[in-house]
Design a binder for this molecule. Structure first.
Ligand SMILES: *Cc1c(COP(=O)(O)O)cnc(C)c1O
Length: 422
């Protein structure tokens, strides 16, 4: 080993020794054969507590309470005593407090991110169209589902799409937004953290610019929630949607969350008028009348079972605190850049993420021709990053489950493969 390599190994050990969140790693289910899991931004790892909690839920709440679980009337002790009917708002409020910087009563858990994006975007577009505002602002680098949903809404409602083209290694800037918004702006939708580059958009500044032009803004928080500190209420955000299976650790296919600022809840109407978002759903009455508040965002039966793992993950996040999570996230991505510069840059690997930690989210993307062919070799050696077309490897560093030594070990394998000319 060179002195440089020894130095980086001891740096990793020092960083782990000083990490106040280190103990949280032991709470996850072990993954045999995995040297480095560098994809916690796509699918968080399960907590050991989740397995027990799911079994208990099946035994006591589902098996013991049966249909009574919906109203919280199960046998004493069998239920966590909160009616399943109320879970969309109860779990939504916990996400809001732990991760979103939002007061209660503005967040629900429901549907998938894609479906919630559609529902909230359509609600905003319809409200704005009444004032003659028919333009939707979006960017070419946004996650495909966001672009497709807006293209569909534009076709459905006769809106004009105004595309921003961001720098692919960065993301949307306030200046770019200021240049396209105006009296015709209805809705503006961006990802707060770009799924490719990891660019952390200036959400408060962009929200202000959109509001000054009379538009509404919808933030996609898929890569932000549970990773960076958010202040939705303080920033005056109108609408937000995010998934819970990435940094929030809710498990494969766990439902999404949606945020609607309190003072918009009476005016915005989402298009899927289902019985579970109706006032007094069990009256089964004629005609649709939305429930008060954010509950009206819900359409059908809440995915109760799919929220159970999220409860364990939220327990953990509430103890850790999002500020400490973000601090470790910055330290992890800084260390990743240090390793890339020392070990991989000599092989022509480029960093396609912001260098400024204030503008960088929880992942780092690196690029090199031929990275696609390298991926199976990494997986074979127990190193699991993410790949993004055309030639990007994304290092997703979930702070609660990733150690500095793990990151070091994973990138050492990548370095060795490059050295062998694989
Ligand atoms: C992961 C992700 C989604 C996922 O949408 P689903 O409906 O859960 O498949 C949407 N938007 C962004 C920005 C994402 O990163």
């Amino acid at each position: 080993m060179t002195a440089d390599t020894l130095d980086l190994a001891s740096r990793a050990a020092d960083l782990d020794a000083a990490d106040p969140l280190a103990a949280h790693r032991d709470r996850f289910v072990p993954s045999p054969g995995v040297v480095a899991y560098l994809d916690g931004n796509s699918l968080g790892r399960p907590l050991a507590d989740t397995a027990e909690r799911l079994a208990r839920f099946v035994r006591e709440e589902w098996g013991g309470g049966l249909i009574r679980g919906w109203t919280g009337d199960g046998p004493a002790g069998a239920s966590s005593a909160r009616p399943w009917m109320d879970w969309p708002g109860l779990v939504g409020d916990r996400i809001a407090a732990a991760a979103l910087g939002a007061a209660p009563g503005q967040t629900v858990v429901a549907d998938s991110t894609t479906v919630l994006l559609y529902k909230l975007a359509r609600a905003a577009v319809d409200a704005q169209a009444r004032d003659g505002r028919r333009e939707i602002v979006l960017d070419t680098d946004n996650f495909p589902t966001d672009r497709y949903v807006l293209e569909g809404i534009a076709a459905e409602r006769g809106c004009v799409l105004r595309w921003i083209e961001p720098d692919p290694a960065e993301g949307v800037t306030p200046e770019q937004v200021a240049a396209v918004v105006g009296p015709a702006t209805g809705l503006v939708l961006f990802s707060h953290i770009a799924y490719r580059s990891g660019w952390l958009a200036d959400a408060p500044a962009i929200t202000r610019i959109v509001h000054d032009a009379g538009g509404l803004v919808l933030w996609d928080l898929c890569h932000s929630a549970g990773s960076v500190e958010l202040e939705l209420d303080a920033w005056g955000v109108d609408l937000a949607v995010g998934c819970t299976y990435k940094y929030l650790g809710g498990g494969p296919g766990s439902p999404a969350f949606g945020y609607v600022r309190r003072d918009l809840q009476d005016t915005l109407r989402q298009p899927i008028q289902g019985w579970m978002g109706r006032r007094d759903p069990f009256l089964m009455g004629p005609g649709y009348a939305p429930a008060d508040g954010v509950r009206g965002v819900v359409s059908g039966t809440p995915p109760i079972l799919a929220m159970v793992p999220l409860l364990s993950a939220l327990d953990q996040l509430e103890v850790a605190g999002i500020a400490a999570v973000r601090a470790k996230s910055v330290a992890l991505t800084e260390f990743a850049l240090e390793l890339v510069d020392a070990w991989l840059a000599p092989y022509g690997v480029e960093v396609a993420s912001p260098r400024d930690p204030a503008r960088r989210g929880g992942h780092v993307t690196i690029r090199r021709a031929g990275f696609r062919d390298l991926l199976p070799h990494l997986w074979e050696r127990g190193v699991i990053p993410d790949f993004r077309e055309p030639d990007g490897i994304r290092l997703g560093l979930a702070p609660l489950s990733t150690s500095f030594a793990e990151l070091h070990a994973g990138l050492a394998v990548l370095r060795d493969l490059l050295a062998q000319g694989t």
